[in-house]
Design a protein around this ligand. Sequence first.
Ligand SMILES: Cc1cc2nc3c(=O)[nH]c(=O)nc-3n(C[C@H](O)[C@H](O)[C@H](O)COP(=O)(O)O)c2cc1C
Length: 209
Amino acid sequence: MSASAAFFDAVEARRTSYALTNKSTLSDSELQALVERAVKHAPSSFNSQSARVVIITGQKHRELWDTVFAGLKNTLGGNEQQENYYKEKFENSYKTGYGTILFYEDQAVVNTFITKFPTLAQAFPVFSQNSAGMLQYIVWTALAKEGLGASLQHYGAITPEIETAVTAGLGVPTTWKSTAMMPFGVPSAGPGEKTFQPLEERVKTIFSA
Ligand SMILES: Cc1cc2nc3c(=O)[nH]c(=O)nc-3n(C[C@H](O)[C@H](O)[C@H](O)COP(=O)(O)O)c2cc1C
């Protein structure tokens, strides 16, 4: 196990961090290099490399969360209690961070593979989501190793209007489909408690010679 010890130290160090400051341990160019390294090496089905990423920081990052909140508010039907709940989350968890990494899957690429391999038509969107998760995980874990807290958010997927508003603001192609948004920054508090279910209920072994 010792060969993988450093890897698992990183795996265990990654947690969901909501309490973020607007500071970063990395310079912007180091941050870009980290994300590019992850994008380059994350696996994808047929090596299709359908992942796309946008990194935003500072004022643009704060504006993004204002846009998402405005879109979310439209879905709450004037429910003030819900609005206040989300407002608190947005103002104190996401917007306070240094930046946001937005993950996309380019549907133009996914559709090319669907056309090329029609028997796998139903599988490619699943492959695409799996691949997106792998990339998100690499970035999240690498950020944690750099002392940066992050969380994984999916407000872009709640309504097409939110996704459109965010996409328009960033000028990304309409074929880029949002898979997640990751607000990040130096954490101002440790992560919450995490409980674990018994592994014997989750892992089955069939060791055979
Ligand atoms: C696929 C996936 C989707 C998630 N979506 C959200 C989300 O929309 N909002 C959120 O606050 N956390 C989200 N999380 C974070 C989980 O709640 C968190 O990973 C889990 O509670 C375990 O805690 P940990 O990240 O500290 O290990 C998501 C995590 C995964 C893997």
